[in-house]
Design a protein around this ligand. Structure first.
Ligand code: AMP
Length: 367
């Protein structure tokens, strides 16, 4: 099978690497001349919605998929007839818009922070009346890794809020006080079967994921809730492939924050820590193959390498540590790779994780 991937970043690269042993090859489309998937698979360079390029990509493949959610939806229109897009455009569309996501949560009975649509400066006041202060204003589109957000604490800040976020359509959300952030990565096969990986706990700093621990320390009820929510979303969207749901754990209740219609940074640990990696399961799903087990093999943790990379020898000297470099040029704030560490038990994992974290500068006081 040949898979066309819209996007040639690290997620695309790891999809390519996972496909090789299965006899599945990938071809990518990416605007960047030096997209890092290009070191392991062919890349067509150009705009995601360039009609000729998308047609060219889909001419060479059996199925088209995405490795990022901010793909112009027009790209899907140029996929050749008879070549399926998995996930479908409609599933990607919902995840590009925070308001559509929140409405989906409500429709599916999935608890989420209270919200209010803000379509213009006047709506900011209405949102405050509905939700109170403080509140979080987020752009409906284009926001990721904490960008496009404004915390409004007092009425004086309201007047400039709309302009500050660039006059874009917004969503206002109540500010939830949560204990921690968790996520569930799940997959839906072509036949509609869904499977979820164990719930994981995520630590962010500066709006970027830094550390994931798998499994999250939690009771069975929360984990089962997360799995049920993910399955509902996958089914409702008619999704095929991997999807991630980020949630807040607030007082023993999960509140859904957002959805990513693709393999996810909080699922990287599955390469070493689960029976089947998220990358392999995504490919299995979109190629119509049986899904693999999502069971955890060993307690695992993942540490992102952001901005710079410690010496490989230092990482590899830590028992159970595996290094994944993405072949990207260093730049502040850029995800350059990750380290996964596994261990036979939780205590050993925590010690090994501390050794990895000692090698990695984690900004914003999160170390
Ligand atoms: P997001 O881009 O929606 O993932 O938000 C980035 C980060 O802002 C999240 O990881 C949370 O730490 C925080 N955040 C987002 N929404 C809320 C909310 N409604 N209440 C409190 N914190 C939030």
């Amino acid at each position: 099978m040949r898979v066309g991937v819209l996007g040639g970043g690290q997620l695309g690269r790891m999809l390519a690497l996972a496909g090789a042993p299965l006899g599945i090859s990938t071809i990518h489309l990416d605007p960047a001349q030096d997209a890092c998937a290009g070191q392991v698979a062919p890349v067509l360079v150009g705009r995601y919605d360039d009609p000729a390029l998308v047609a060219e990509l889909s001419r060479q493949v059996d199925v088209v998929t995405v490795e990022l959610e901010q793909v112009p939806l027009g790209a899907f229109d140029h996929v050749r007839e008879g070549v399926p897009a998995r996930p479908p455009a409609a599933a990607v569309e919902v995840t590009q818009d925070r308001l559509l996501e929140k409405r989906l949560f409500r429709e599916l009975g999935i608890p989420a922070p209270r919200f209010h649509a803000v379509d213009g400066p006047d709506d900011v006041k209405a949102a405050v009346e509905a939700l109170g202060l403080p509140l979080l204003l987020k752009t409906r589109d284009g926001g990721y890794d904490g960008k496009g957000q404004l915390l409004v604490r007092d009425p004086a800040a309201l007047a400039g809020a709309w302009d500050e976020l660039g006059g874009r359509l917004l969503i206002a959300e109540e500010v939830v006080s949560f204990e921690r952030e968790v996520s569930v990565v799940a997959v839906r096969g072509l036949d509609g079967e869904t499977r979820a990986y164990p719930l994981v706990e995520n630590l962010h700093a500066g709006g970027i994921l830094r550390v994931t621990r798998a499994p999250a320390e939690t009771d069975a009820t929360l984990a089962a809730d997360a799995e049920r929510y993910a399955a509902r979303i996958l089914d409702r969207l008619g999704h095929v492939g991997v999807l991630a749901v980020e949630l807040f754990d607030a007082g023993g209740q999960l509140l859904a924050n957002e959805i990513a219609p693709r393999v996810h940074n909080s699922g990287h640990w599955t390469i070493e820590g689960a029976e089947t990696s998220q990358f392999e399961n995504h490919l299995r799903a979109i190629c119509g193959l049986p899904l693999g087990s999502t069971a955890l093999v060993r307690p695992s943790a993942m540490v992102n390498l952001i901005g710079d990379v410690p010496p490989a020898a230092d990482v590899l000297a830590i028992p159970g540590a595996r290094l994944h470099l993405y072949g990207k040029a260093p730049r502040p704030g850029r995800k350059l790779g990750h380290v996964t560490v596994t261990a036979p038990d939780e205590g050993t994992l925590l010690r090994r994780l501390a050794s990895v974290r000692a090698l990695v500068r984690i900004a914003d006081g999160a170390a």
